[in-house]
Design a binder for this molecule. Structure first.
Ligand SMILES: Cc1cc2nc3c(=O)[nH]c(=O)nc-3n(C[C@H](O)[C@H](O)[C@H](O)COP(=O)(O)OP(=O)(O)OC[C@H]3O[C@@H](n4cnc5c(N)ncnc54)[C@H](O)[C@@H]3O)c2cc1C
Length: 289
């Protein structure tokens, strides 16, 4: 199907984009990589009066470390993130997830900000950013707002972003001490959305866990942060028994549904195994840093 008619605006600056958005925010959609929005338009699940293409706005795809954070511009493509040297060296959870998202065509166009704003519970970035305690930066008519990712993700395809706001950046705290992390994804075939995904981040002080972050994909109505498992890990000494317990606690926090990708009980079992396995992998990385 063809999309419904819409006005197309491709501003050269964020200020201009915000001005166009402010005119009729409830009938306008921001276009980033288009990998989720364009299918929705073609299926007529979305029929905005105006599309604001932000791809010409300069500076929205930068990746840099400053002020204690890794700052990733909203327009950073999945592939750009997968091949970024800084991310490869210092942000193993992000580096592990990026090449597992979709297929090369989607990775060339799809953006980090678009993925988070889309808030698909089967999206991979939400879990990664939950494990890393990231913040989403948004600009609106009254200035900049910094939203912790756990508050940004509200429910299936729902965020706390206001209609007149544009995501500009995602901020990830710089890891301290010895750190490790990974993203484990079970998919039916290469390029598919996750049957289950688990993001893990660990910071160690000797053998003591200084910070533990977890994020779970496709096992609830949004990406989940299993706080009970994180709390059990925090401040404890690493051990296989502890990691097994964290896996059990994380699985308890899930609410998967049975569907074509598998029964709920199977998905819960995969979460338990992946959390345990991911923590062991992150610990081994941290020990070697
Ligand atoms: C075949 C296929 C397979 C896929 N597989 C996976 C997968 O395995 N894992 C995964 O995580 N994702 C997957 N995706 C989704 C993909 O990652 C998309 O890139 C992503 O969900 C949306 O990013 P986008 O930049 O394309 O956003 P768009 O499609 O342009 O926009 C998506 C939504 O976000 C809003 N938006 C975009 N940018 C902003 C902004 N800066 N501020 C405010 N709102 C904004 C739009 O208005 C729209 O509502 C897949 C997609 C396809 C087509």
């Amino acid at each position: 199907m063809f999309p419904s008619r819409f006005e197309y605006s491709a501003p050269d600056s964020l200020e201009e984009a915000l001005a166009v958005l402010g005119q009729r925010a409830d009938e306008t959609k921001v276009l980033a990589g288009g990998q989720s929005l364009i299918p929705l338009l073609k299926l007529r699940f979305a029929a905005p009066a105006t599309l604001i293409d932000i791809n010409r706005v300069p500076g929205l795809d930068a990746v840099e470390e400053s002020d204690g954070h890794l700052r990733i511009g909203t327009l950073a493509r999945h592939n750009q993130i997968a091949s970024d040297a800084l991310i490869g060296q210092r942000y193993p959870t992000i580096a592990a997830a990026a090449p597992q998202i979709a297929d090369p065509l989607v990775r060339n166009l799809g953006t980090l900000g678009g993925s988070l704003a889309h808030a698909d519970p089967a999206g991979d970035w939400g879990s990664v950013m939950l494990a890393l305690n990231a913040e989403v930066v948004a600009r609106g008519p009254s200035g900049e707002r910094v939203i912790p990712i756990d508050d940004f993700l509200v429910d299936i395809f729902t965020t706390s972003l206001n209609e007149d706001e544009i995501v500009t950046e995602v901020r990830v705290p710089k890891p301290e001490a010895s750190f490790g992390g990974t993203y484990l994804k079970l998919e039916r075939k290469v390029g598919d959305f996750a049957t289950v995904g688990v993001a893990v981040h660990l910071e160690l002080d000797g053998e003591t866990i200084r910070r533990a972050g977890l994020g779970l994909t496709a096992v609830g109505s949004r990406n989940l942060k299993p706080a009970n498992a994180e709390n059990a890990l925090q401040g404890s000494d690493c051990s296989d028994d502890l990691f097994a317990e964290a896996g059990r606690l994380a699985a308890e926090a899930t609410e998967p549904v049975s569907d074509v990708r598998g029964p709920a009980a199977y998905k819960r079992a995969v979460v338990e195994t992946f959390v345990k396995r991911g923590l062991a992998e992150a610990r081994d990385q941290a020990r070697s840093r």
